[in-house]
Design a protein around this ligand. Structure first.
Ligand code: FES
Ligand code: FES
Length: 901
């Protein structure tokens, strides 16, 4: 037995052979040490050893013996936050908070000199949520929060209610749980993009010490399902089995091994012997629809005799006539790449049987209720036998609108009767999880000399990969708002979602609309260039406006309408700011060219399919409130926003409302936290519940005092009836006497849907020889209605815009010609670091929405959409060359610029 000194406590423990310090510390229940990669790339595991920061995943545990180890839990002294924890608190330098412990542990060691060069000093710590601006604020000592005052919650920049837990490392994420008798699950993944499994020899795996069970396709229920989670499961094809005897992409799970330790489960996977029959594969959707292409699925899963999962098409007006009326035509194909969400907390879940004889699943999910329904269907048990819930979720971005871990852990725990955990590795995220759909969009636009659009025609090929979940819905989104954003009498479109032997596509912030926004916004700029019209003016002349039918290519009436309208203001703001400039000049040298670009995006707030949320509210005996909502908090700030909505309705302080969320036993139903619904559906349910709570309290107070209801009103922690003031505590006690419980619940349903807009402006410099790009000025304006929490809204947009720059400039999943991803590590498939992320000036249009709750509308999703086209438009402005294919990495720019010269 060896001794370790961790956060001032002495532990007698012996690391396993080869164990790293990160997992060793977590075995000691020191859960503030997180995993984002286990490869030294993300910094989530940063701890101090003798006062110096280390990535604990790279440190052999035995090297910690006799050293002073400090984790985030050991930073606060006598309950007082360390100044850096306080700085992160005051700046609200986090969203999901999963990176925060590591970020703080690095930040506290920085010298003043290092703080002047944060891009360099923080190069070892990644944050996927914030765009690093609020982290920069923390390091500068900026306070972004306002006081929590009764009756002033709406529009106040209040802190996340879980701030203290996050900055001290006490917040519990999915995997932060010590549980007796826990088994570990790991899967063997297919090395082939398309192969039939002839046999799996499990004998060697079962002989590995610690291995408890091996499961293959022969053992699991034969119920096809879709891993995509929606209210209506019929929108996604049932094309997946728990384990299948056909692998349709390199990375598909082939067999599951359950063992006493993670290492034994991994060793068991390595010991499996699988005999494959290699099948022909196809990776390009255009080739996949050709006659003779290898077929991925049975005929009943495709709509044609090839690999097309679905085709969407429509026409309004007469596009052929519209093109004849045009003075100029533009036609080009634009394509976007597959990228990964890289939520810093990987997928994972833990399942066990409770004392109530039910199955409990703790999971990192954006949609626990939809997961519950789907799991019940797969296992053939009633939903009431399942309890699905989240703890804190370390980012999602659409990637956790997917059932990819819960099914196997539930299956294994039901088989074995012991708790089972499955935590994905970062490599598994890249090769086995879903990605943004890769799309190619051909755009044809006709316009008159004055810029009026006469015809708009799009053709989309969406690569849905091996399985079709989200394939139809993302295609529908791709063909909706980016096209509906422009008024044009003649519009036409056809889109195909096509199966290929690639990693499956899934939901991802922007959800299909990002891809076609890129195409349409680049094309609009090209038409403006042909007509010599300013790009801002081109958009002003053609953008959809109140009174117009909001229609893309379908004649059916839409339930989307303008609850408010701020696109004009957004365009004005971005144009004004770019014109004003920020004083940053391009680098010296004739090889540097400078250009400016703009793009806009429209968002129909919420999906056109059903979406439902419920909220329950209770007055507690101490006069405070309890709020329960089904929405998932994953860094989107929804718990903060929901509390502020409720507090503003009750005229109280946000702190006087406690909240629970995303739990099928303890909160009302919620379809899921995706598709920009957290405020407009979940928030609406809270608004309705709070209104009902207010009515209930005032009604009871009126009856109790005999004062007319019109003369009763809430006042912070009391109700005032005429000239009497009764504290809510007293009122609750009065209610208890007559069994009045002060409990309400309300539901919200998404229709009609309001509309939000975003505009991105970019001024950049590009080096004509090396292809290097430097963003000189980045401006974003958003029409999100009334911001419930301006600081938080700004943070969401910071994160969305940073993700947009990542998609445009940095992120690149590279696959070889056999469908293998060749760079499934964060150091090789990068996401933006602090140094990669330009500062963006964020502005809001001054609008108050008439549809969304308290004037608010969706804001966290759409900010990503105009970024990549604005960059492309700026590049075209700088170089005269149109870059129509993402990403704009230097090698790609170099080749095209060299050819142009
Ligand atoms: S988990 Fe250690 S650096 Fe990512
Ligand atoms: S807050 Fe940094 S990864 Fe989520």
């Amino acid at each position: 037995m060896t001794h370790f000194q961790v956060n001032g406590h002495r532990y007698a423990a012996k690391p396993a052979a080869g164990q790293c310090l990160r997992t060793f510390l977590r075995d000691l229940d020191v859960f503030g040490v997180k995993k984002g990669c286990d490869a030294g790339d993300c910094g989530a595991c940063t701890v101090h050893i003798d006062g110096k920061p280390f990535h604990s995943c790279l440190v052999p545990a035995f090297r910690g013996e006799g050293r002073e180890i400090t984790t985030i839990e050991g930073l606060a002294i006598n309950g007082e936050l360390h100044p850096m924890q306080q700085a992160f608190h005051d700046a609200q330098a986090f969203q999901c908070g999963y990176c925060t412990a590591g970020m703080i542990m690095t930040a506290v060691t920085l010298t003043d000199a290092q703080k002047t060069d944060l891009p360099h000093a923080l190069k070892g710590n990644l944050c996927r949520c914030t765009g690093y601006r609020s982290i920069n604020d923390a390091l500068l000592g900026t306070c972004n929060i306002e006081p929590d005052e009764a009756g002033k919650a709406l529009g106040a920049s209040l802190p996340n209610p879980f701030t203290d837990a996050i900055v001290t490392g006490k917040a519990r994420y999915t995997m932060d749980l010590a549980i007796e008798g826990l088994l570990h699950l790991k899967v063997l993944r297919s090395p082939h993009a398309h192969a039939r499994i002839i046999s799996i020899d499990r004998s060697a795996a079962l002989a590995v010490p610690g291995v408890v069970a091996v499961y293959t396709w022969e053992d699991v229920p034969k119920r096809l399902f879709s891993s995509a989670l929606h209210e209506d499961h019929l929108v996604d094809p049932d094309d997946i089995l728990l384990l299948d005897n056909v692998a349709r992409f390199a990375g598909q799970r082939v067999a599951a091994v359950v063992a006493e330790t993670e290492a034994a489960a991994e060793a068991g996977c390595r010991a499996l012997h699988v005999e494959y029959e290699i099948l022909p594969a196809v990776f390009d959707p255009v080739l996949a629809v050709q006659p003779g292409a290898p077929l991925l699925h049975d005929k009943d899963l495709v709509t044609a005799s090839n690999n097309i999962f679905c085709t969407l098409q429509g026409e309004i007006g007469d596009v052929a006539k519209g093109f004849k009326e045009a003075d100029v035509l533009h036609e080009q194909t634009y394509s976007t790449t597959r990228v990964q969400h890289v939520h810093l907390e990987t997928h994972g879940s833990i399942a066990w049987k409770g004392e109530d004889d039910r199955w409990h699943i703790r999971t990192s999910s954006q949609a626990p209720f939809a997961a519950q329904k789907k799991l019940a269907y797969i296992m053939g048990i009633p939903p009431r036998d399942l309890h699905v819930f989240t703890e804190r979720v370390g980012g999602g971005f659409g990637g956790k609108q997917e059932l990819v871990s819960e099914d196997l852990v539930l299956f294994a725990t039901m088989k074995l009767g012991r708790p089972v955990k499955w935590e994905w590795s970062r490599e598994e995220e890249f090769i086995g999880a879903t990605t943004r759909h890769q799309m190619a969009t051909r755009v044809r636009i006709g316009a008159r000399k004055d810029g009026t659009l006469t015809a708009l025609d799009v053709e989309v090929f969406s690569n849905t990969g091996a399985y079709g979940g989200h394939g139809g819905e993302t295609l529908a989104a791709a063909m909706a708002s980016p096209i509906a954003a422009y008024r044009c009498a003649n519009k036409k479109g056809i889109g195909h979602a096509v199966y290929t032997n690639m990693t499956p596509g899934g939901g991802f912030r922007g959800y299909g609309a990002s891809q076609t926004t890129f195409a349409v916004e680049c094309a609009i700029d090209e038409v403006a260039r042909l007509l010599d019209i300013d790009p801002f003016e081109m958009r002003r002349r053609n953008v959809v406006r109140p009174g117009d039918n909001i229609e893309s290519i379908w004649k059916e009436p839409s339930d989307a309408s303008f609850g408010s309208y701020g696109i004009g203001e957004c365009l004005d703001i971005v144009e004004r700011e770019l014109r004003k400039g920020n004083g940053v000049t391009k680098p010296e040298g004739a090889e540097w060219a400078e250009g400016q670009g703009v793009a806009m995006a429209m968002l129909e707030c919420g999906p056109p399919t059903e979406h439902r949320s419920g909220a329950e509210m209770r007055l507690l005996p101490d006069g405070t409130y309890h709020l329960a909502c089904g929405s998932t908090e994953m860094g989107n700030g929804i718990t903060t926003a929901h509390k502020q909505i409720a507090a503003s309705m009750m005229g109280t302080r946000v702190d006087d409302i406690d909240i629970i969320n995303a739990d099928t036993d303890r909160t009302p139903y919620d379809t899921g936290t995706f598709a920009s619904t957290g405020v407009v559906v979940g928030g609406k349910a809270v608004h309705l519940a709070a209104q009902a709570m207010s009515d209930d309290i005032i009604g009871f107070a009126s009856r109790t005092t005999g004062v007319a209801i019109e003369q009763c009103r809430l006042d912070n922690d009391a109700v005032i009836c005429g000239n009497q003031r009764i504290s809510l505590r007293e009122l609750h006690a009065e209610g208890a006497k007559v069994d009045h419980r002060f409990a309400v619940s309300r539901r919200a349903y998404l229709s009609p849907r309001t509309i939000a807009f975003n505009v991105q402006g970019v001024r950049l410099a590009v080096h004509r020889v090396t292809g290097e790009i430097r963003v000189l000025h980045s401006v974003h304006a958003a029409d999100i209605g009334r911001p419930i929490n301006p600081m938080q809204c700004r943070g969401q947009l910071d994160g969305a815009v940073a993700m947009g720059y990542g998609w445009a400039l940095v992120e690149n999943m590279v696959h070889d010609d056999q469908g293998h991803m060749v760079n499934p590590q964060l150091r090789n498939c990068r996401i933006p670091t602090f140094a990669d992320t330009p500062h963006t000036d964020i502005f809001f249009a001054d609008t108050v929405d008439l549809i969304g709750p308290l004037g608010a509308k969706s804001q966290g999703e759409c900010g990503i959409n105009p970024v990549a086209p604005a960059v492309s438009n700026a590049l075209a402005n700088a170089t005269g060359v149109r870059f129509a294919h993402l990403p704009f990495t230097p090698d790609r720019l170099f080749a095209k610029l060299a050819a142009a010269q």
